[in-house]
Design a protein around this ligand. Structure first.
Ligand code: SAM
Ligand code: SF4
Length: 349
């Protein structure tokens, strides 16, 4: 089949084989066609509204040593910070009440200070603001995920990073791919919406493994998938790596939209870091979510997963204004609801 026929097949059936995915990922002559098809499927299944999720980066302290990440334990060039529960609540309140955001995302390194009791207190306080709440705080056990759900949390983001197990074990020393997969299974059991995703352009990552990643998203029946280019950080072991490209990241994202038509897919910050129109391109190639950063500038600059991540010249309110203008400029609009994953019959695996 030609790439045009394969894209038509994916749009109609939401299924592609591994070889078909590899073919489309390798053939760049069809990228624009692929982006247009993903944009069309996005429009048909989740509409033209864009869900804004206010991101609070509440601690950059991490017990892990992921080779790609600027927050890794062994990076001693980073000023570490941890927000108090009152500070976290104040940011969430500002995002909900003054900025009108309907979802709050709490993200951090794996900071063991925030144990189950503290997290549940934070969750309960934020849920009083009538917002949806997403957590992105790393690997926990089933009873912790269940406790977060009982306290009111709605969703959890845990990227699998790559389905190439050998690559994962090389890049995430001391961690286990099976344990991470178990976390995703436990999240499903807990009743939280399950978000996962990968980085594109990790050293030695193959096109074949990216095809496996996309099939993995379908296999776990994800509710959300975040895909971003890997961007090397100078204070990590991968400082000399080439990093990912915007085009390949967009292609993986667009194929994910074709295969999982009704899920939530963010236009990621890493895409915007590579190109000033990266998020706009993503929104026109399958994405329907943006996560504006509502962390105060003084802390945000220290949440440096990769260089150039945060536009520190803008306050959160100014960033939101820029974002709203961008959304309007492409004839889309900001959603009024909380943006849960509404599964459609055809969207089911
Ligand atoms: N610590 C939690 C975890 O690992 O799940 C949540 C925060 S972690 C910083 C969020 C995501 O940042 C990771 O899942 C990874 O995909 C991404 N990330 C880390 N370093 C990156 C880099 N150098 N370039 C692009 N994305 C990166
Ligand atoms: Fe820690 Fe997450 Fe960064 Fe790994 S990716 S070092 S777990 S913050």
């Amino acid at each position: 089949m030609s790439c045009k026929e394969l894209i038509a097949k994916a749009s109609a059936t939401h299924c592609l084989t591994r070889n078909e995915l590899i073919f489309l990922l390798k053939d760049n002559s069809c990228s624009d066609l692929l982006f247009a098809a993903a944009d069309d499927i996005r429009h048909r299944y989740v509409g033209d509204e864009i869900h804004l999720r206010g991101l609070i980066e509440f601690s950059n302290i991490c017990r892990n040593n992921c080779c790609y990440c600027g927050l890794r334990r062994d990076n001693h060039n980073l000023t570490r910070y941890r927000l108090s529960q009152d500070e976290i609540f104040a940011l969430a309140q500002h995002a909900a009440v003054n900025m009108g955001l309907k979802t709050i995302v709490l993200q951090s390194g794996e900071d063991m200070y925030f144990d189950q009791d503290k997290m549940c207190e934070i969750i309960t306080s934020i849920k009083s603001l009538n917002v949806a709440l997403t957590l992105s705080i790393g690997e926990k056990n089933l009873s912790e995920y269940q406790a977060y759900k009982a306290a009111g949390a709605d969703r959890f983001l845990l990227r699998i990073e790559t389905t190439d197990k050998d690559l994962y074990h090389r890049l995430d020393p001391g961690m286990s791919w099976q344990a991470r997969k178990q976390c995703l299974d436990d999240l499903r059991t807990s009743g939280l919406e399950v978000g996962s995703g990968i980085m594109v352009g990790l050293p030695d990552q193959t096109i074949e493994s990216l095809a496996d990643d996309i099939l993995f998203f379908k296999q776990i029946d994800a509710d959300m998938i975040g895909i971003g280019p890997f961007i090397p950080h100078p204070d990590t072991p991968l400082k000399n790596a080439a990093g990912g490209t915007l085009e390949l990241s967009l292609k993986v994202m667009a194929l994910t939209r074709l295969l999982l038509p009704d899920i939530n897919i963010p236009a990621t910050t890493a895409m915007e870091t590579l190109a000033s129109d990266g998020q706009t391109k993503a929104l026109q190639a399958g994405a329907n979510v943006i996560m504006p950063n509502v962390t105060l500038t003084q802390y945000r600059r220290h949440y440096e997963l990769y260089p150039g991540k945060s536009n520190t010249n803008y306050t959160p309110d100014e960033s939101l204004k820029v974002l709203r203008d961008k959304i309007t400029s492409i004839n889309r609009f900001v959603a009024a609801d909380k943006g849960f994953h509404h599964r459609t019959k055809n969207g089911k695996a």
